[in-house]
Design a protein around this ligand. Structure first.
Ligand code: IPD
Length: 272
């Protein structure tokens, strides 16, 4: 078992360094390349930030493994074993980053024996530094945060995303859920970053967030941050959260999570 304190210190330093890159580049013109479809983007900065994080962690912990968004899109295997594994989205909200919309972040989690020990989500543009360690609470810029406590869907502010897939079946489910939910909740919001949406639930600014089609790197850090802030993370059909299932629902309370799960139209993407 690695020294978690040391892992935490190392990742904080590297994420801050990565944040400087994102901050420096967000208002510059970028050449975006596409991945799974025309709106699934990657820039050279996603790749450089991922390399910065992996190189920095590997130099301290040579036996640690990685599941990274950009490595995976180049064909690296996505396999979660019991080994210490860092799950990395170098820029979550790449579309926002490309457009200079300031809701974009670095998201990184350390998972050991399939249990998440550390989660860090950093928006360097708005200076929002979310952190959590297992059993130690969740923090925004060093101050403790907690969920809203909301239990009722009719009073909930809901985070949901259109997502980056243009598969007609997936889009139909997303739009039907938005259509069904709108008259039943206080409101629907989307920041364009799954990790930041989840952090909004953690800090009590939103009550519930769900998405189909995300990847492990979009939600690994958000999951521990929400749970350490007092919330819950489940599968959108109501069962236990599965990091590799590409499905997530996190909420302020289990009552709210289950109320939403019961009415969502479900979508089951291919697993990570
Ligand atoms: C995406 C963002 C987006 C969500 C997509 C993700 P990326 O991550 O989190 O909000 O809707 O499902 O893939 O590609 O910007 O890292």
């Amino acid at each position: 078992m690695p020294d978690i304190d040391e892992c935490y210190m190392v990742v904080l330093r590297l994420v801050k360094e990565a944040g400087s890159v994102v901050r420096e580049k967000i208002n510059t013109p970028k050449d975006a390349m596409t991945k799974s479809c025309d709106v699934d983007l990657v820039t050279e900065w996603d790749q450089k930030v991922e390399k910065l994080l992996i190189d920095g962690i590997s130099s301290k912990f040579p036996d640690h493994k990685f599941i990274g968004e950009e490595g995976s899109s180049l064909g690296n295997t996505v396999e979660l074993t019991d080994a210490p594994t860092w799950i990395i989205d170098p820029i979550d909200g790449t579309m926002n980053f490309v457009h200079s919309l300031p809701h974009t972040c670095i998201s990184i989690a350390l998972v050991i024996n399939k249990v998440t020990e550390i989660g860090v989500v950093y928006n360097p543009i708005l200076e929002q530094f979310f952190t959590a360690r297992r059993g130690q609470g969740a923090f925004l810029n060093g101050a403790p945060i907690s969920i809203s406590g909301e239990k009722e869907l009719r009073k909930a502010l809901v985070m949901m995303e259109m997502g980056t897939s243009r598969d007609p079946e997936k889009m139909k489910v997303v739009l039907e859920n938005a259509n069904n939910l709108t008259p039943q909740v206080h409101g629907i919001r989307a920041l364009g970053s799954a990790a930041l949406n989840m952090c909004m639930v953690a800090l009590g600014g939103a009550d519930v967030s769900f998405e189909f089609g995300i990847h492990a790197w979009d939600v690994a850090a958000g999951d521990i941050i929400v749970r350490e802030a007092g919330g819950v993370c489940i599968d959108p059909a109501g069962g236990p959260f599965d990091l590799m299932s590409r499905r997530v629902l996190c909420a302020s309370t289990m009552e709210l999570a289950q109320e939403l799960a019961a009415i969502l139209i479900q979508y089951y993407p291919e697993r990570d």
